[in-house]
Design a binder for this molecule. Structure first.
Ligand code: TRP
Length: 350
């Protein structure tokens, strides 16, 4: 898998080959996907599949730091898998797998922990935040979260990691661990990996509460989930904050109104957006109409996704097949790395 090539064509018609770069991203299994996740991350993944050797995995080991209930763990892993598949991650193009299906990751995690230092792990912002938030659950898994994440990335010797700003420090630590290994053993084995965004512009998806970005922790009704039914979507949109309308022509929109327009730009046609923008400018806008239209356009956009979610969720044998196929592909890549690493370290079999 690591030596896949990518065929490109120059404008003059000549073909050339270049090594396909490897992308890795881990998805935490925390609840359902919403429109913010979709436009902010998943849509990016879907586009990357065509140009990179992509590994997308569900980070179930990472979720154990907060001791989830055994009765719910599999269900949330399954739900994430269903929704990513429904959103367009294609198991024929990408390798999609569950972290705990690839034991080579845990071996690399152990080996990397041997040269990860207590001081640097304690200084990680994410660790300090968690300690502050849950002072009675400061476990070693939390401390070594960055080495597990480094193992996830280095196991495929990836160079590109599509993650948000909050993960920058973990990537920097991944580079530190990889470089330290290279230096310690005098090898140029692990490449450096960097945060990566496929599209040029980062899309901001506002929530419905008028305050900030869409998120599930911001309270009920702020996020539209991919699995929401039409009447739920309509109700959430109708409850979005508005006011009595613009006081004068061509006024600047307050944030909560701008947010509704920003959402509209994601799911409605250009003509629709222009229609309401013009109505805003000449003060004839009726927010009830705008929200009704926005609700309908969201329903139109999300209905095929929701139907796919329902189909895939009901298809146990398909899910099993995807998970097994993904695990086999991921292990093929991971085993190669672990064999090399064992040899470099000097671990030999009798
Ligand atoms: N730490 C990431 C997050 O919180 C999830 C993650 C785990 C990850 N392992 C990864 C992301 C490897 C990218 C690559 O979102």
């Amino acid at each position: 898998m690591q030596n896949q090539f990518f065929v490109s064509m120059f404008s003059d018609g000549f073909f050339y080959f270049r090594a396909m770069e490897t992308v890795v991203s881990g998805i935490r299994s925390t609840g359902n996907l919403h429109l913010g996740n979709y436009f902010g991350a998943v849509k990016n993944f879907v586009q990357m599949q065509n140009e990179y050797n992509c590994f997308f995995f569900i980070a179930d080991y990472h979720s154990l730091t907060t001791h989830p209930n055994p009765a719910n763990l599999h269900g949330s892993v399954r739900q994430v898998m269903v929704e990513y598949l429904a959103a367009g991650i294609d198991p024929e193009k990408s390798t999609i797998y569950i972290q705990s299906d690839v034991p080579e990751v845990t071996e690399l995690y152990l080996l990397l922990n041997m040269n990860a230092y207590l001081g640097e792990l304690q200084r990680a912002t994410s660790f300090k935040d968690k300690v502050r938030a849950n002072p009675d659950n400061v476990n070693a898994g939390l401390l070594t979260y960055p080495t597990l994440m480094a193992a996830d990335i280095l196991i495929h010797r990836a160079t590109k990691v599509p993650v948000g700003k909050d993960q920058e420090q973990h990537l920097e630590m991944t580079r530190t661990f990889g470089n330290r290994f290279n230096k310690m053993y005098g090898q140029d084995y692990f490449p450096e990996s960097f945060a990566f965004n496929f599209g040029s512009k980062l899309i901001k998806v506002p929530g419905l509460d008028g305050k900030g970005k869409m998120g599930k922790s911001e309270g009920e009704g702020n996020a539209i989930f991919l699995a929401d039914k039409p009447d739920v979507i309509r109700k959430k949109v109708m409850r979005a904050l508005t006011d009595s309308g613009p006081a004068e022509p061509n006024a600047k929109k307050p944030d909560y109104i701008q947010n509704l327009f920003d959402l509209m730009k994601l799911v409605s046609t250009k003509e629709t957006v222009k229609h309401f923008d013009d109505a805003w400018k000449d003060c004839t806008i009726r927010y009830g109409d705008l929200k009704k239209q926005l609700g309908e356009d969201m329903v139109t956009f999300l209905t095929p996704v929701r139907e796919k979610i329902e189909d895939i969720a009901a298809n146990e044998s398909y899910l099993r097949q995807v998970a097994r196929h993904g695990a086999a592909k991921a292990r093929e890549s991971a085993q190669k790395t672990i064999q090399d690493v064992r040899e470099i370290i000097g671990i030999k079999r009798f």
